[in-house]
Write a protein that binds this ligand. Structure first.
Ligand code: GUN
Ligand code: ZN
Length: 435
């Protein structure tokens, strides 16, 4: 078992519980050691204690002065929107029409899809994100291209083919039957192949007929360990549209509920305009929210209500929502999440934000023990954060008085430059170039 053992020394942080609900939420070893064997975490703890357990001659990679933590998990983003990130538009629906749909059309071409998938994954790794829940396009070949690129890098990725059979351009439209057939074939081809996991992906209720939602729900029942991902209650105009399209549903999320799509491993993007019953339903079905602050501010969609979500016990996670989101960086996503919480009158400690981007997301995805922490046996996806990455970070972090202050400065001032290195299943998949 120790044939492929590697050890990493640095300040080590990982979470054991949600800091919002537990006083003993994390392990922090200022001088820590992470021991990795065969791509899995063998031990994580205090350097002085663990160093003695290493076999003679073991190599210790020295990241002293830097932080080792589990790789970030981004629970909602669109790889086909990489090339149109930061496109100006007055709100969600015109943005979809003007930029998103024409960009997604190009993914009919497998070569284009492969090219974008390569760039997208490398960009995630540069930002320290090692697991993501990713929307492809309506084209099955866009899913093949994505998972092939993820497999080359041995990444734990969740993705799926967008299902949409109405209210979209003809060139992006499937049918209820073809979408279900293609989705099932993709599940059989990719779900649990290596580190790949499949997400059944109806884009959002307005672009699916009832027949398509029905078939998506049947697939979700037939393949209970697949994921489900969609959008819900992002924008007020969208919510009004859903009320028109589904007059018999109690609420927007109730549309999905009535087709059996609220269950563990269901990830709902945005969740801004929910009511109390919606939140209760999410909590009782263990359906999770992907909170997308950079996107919500950019598109003017609204402010996520952390306090009400926590009061109901909704499983929470953070997400970039690229290309509605404006950054691939989960640090920049925390920066904006913090401000969204403030504008709603609540307060998000940095510890909570780092929890949500690691163990919290893993829990929301029912992947605790697999990714998101350094518990023994977890997959060794981890990042090396450099608190001195920029002159300003160096100056600010030299003056912090607590772990909370250090993490807060990293969240507010950090971005891809703060990620010195990224490892997936124990292999280095990114190292920051220093000039
Ligand atoms: N709602 C439906 N599709 C999309 C999308 O691509 N991005 C965002 N932000 N919202 C959506
Ligand atoms: Zn989205």
């Amino acid at each position: 078992m120790t044939s492929n053992l590697q050890a990493y020394r640095g300040s080590l942080l990982h979470f054991l519980a949600d800091p919002a609900f537990s006083a003993q939420s994390h392990d922090w070893f200022e001088d820590g050691l992470l021991i990795v064997a065969d791509g899995k975490v063998q031990a994580a703890g205090d350097y002085a204690a663990l160093h003695a357990t290493l076999p003679p001659g073991a190599v210790v990679h020295d990241y002293s002065g830097k932080l080792l933590m589990p790789g970030f998990i981004d629970t909602h983003l669109h790889y086909p929107q990489t090339d149109m990130i930061a496109s100006p538009s007055a709100g969600l629906l015109p943005w979809l029409e003007t930029y998103t749909f024409p960009s997604e059309r190009q993914f009919e071409d497998s070569h284009h899809a492969a090219n974008v998938a390569d760039f997208f994954l490398d960009e995630l790794l540069r930002c320290g994100t090692t697991t993501a829940m990713v929307y492809c396009t309506v084209h099955p070949q866009s899913v093949d291209a994505f998972f092939a690129a993820a497999e080359q890098r041995n990444l734990r990725m969740v993705a799926g083919k967008v299902m949409m059979d109405r209210n979209c351009p003809d060139f992006l439209r499937d049918t209820a039957e073809t979408s279900a057939r293609d989705t099932e074939a993709l599940i059989q081809r990719w779900h649990k192949r290596g580190r790949a996991l499949y997400a059944i992906t109806p884009r959002f209720a307005p672009t699916s007929t009832e027949a398509q939602l029905q078939l998506a729900g049947e697939l979700a029942l037939a393949y209970p360990d697949t994921f489900i991902q969609t959008h819900v209650s992002e924008n007020e105009a969208e919510c009004a549209w859903v009320r028109e399209l589904f007059p018999n549903s109690r609420s927007y999320i109730d549309v999905y509920d009535s087709y059996g799509m609220m269950r563990p491993r269901a990830m709902y993007g945005h969740c801004i305009w929910l009511d109390e019953r919606d939140r209760q339903r999410m909590a009782e079905t263990r359906s999770a929210a992907a909170i997308c602050p950079t996107s919500n501010l950019f598109l003017g969609s609204g402010l996520f209500d952390f306090e009400r979500a926590d009061a109901a016990g909704v499983p929470l996670s953070l997400a970039t929502d690229v290309g509605g989101g404006t950054s691939f960086s989960m640090l920049q996503t925390m920066n904006e999440a913090y401000k969204v919480a403030r504008l709603k009158g609540s307060y998000l400690p940095a510890l909570r934000m780092f929890y949500l981007a690691t163990l919290g997301a893993a829990r929301a995805m029912q992947l605790e023990g697999t990714v998101g922490s350094f518990v023994q046996g977890a997959e060794a996806d981890f990042i090396v954060i450099d608190p001195q990455a920029t002159p300003l970070l160096q100056r600010r972090t030299a003056r912090v008085n607590s772990l909370e202050e250090l993490l807060f400065a990293l969240a507010l001032l950090g971005d891809d430059r703060a990620i010195a290195a990224t490892y997936a299943a124990g292999q280095q998949v990114h190292v920051r170039e220093t000039t």
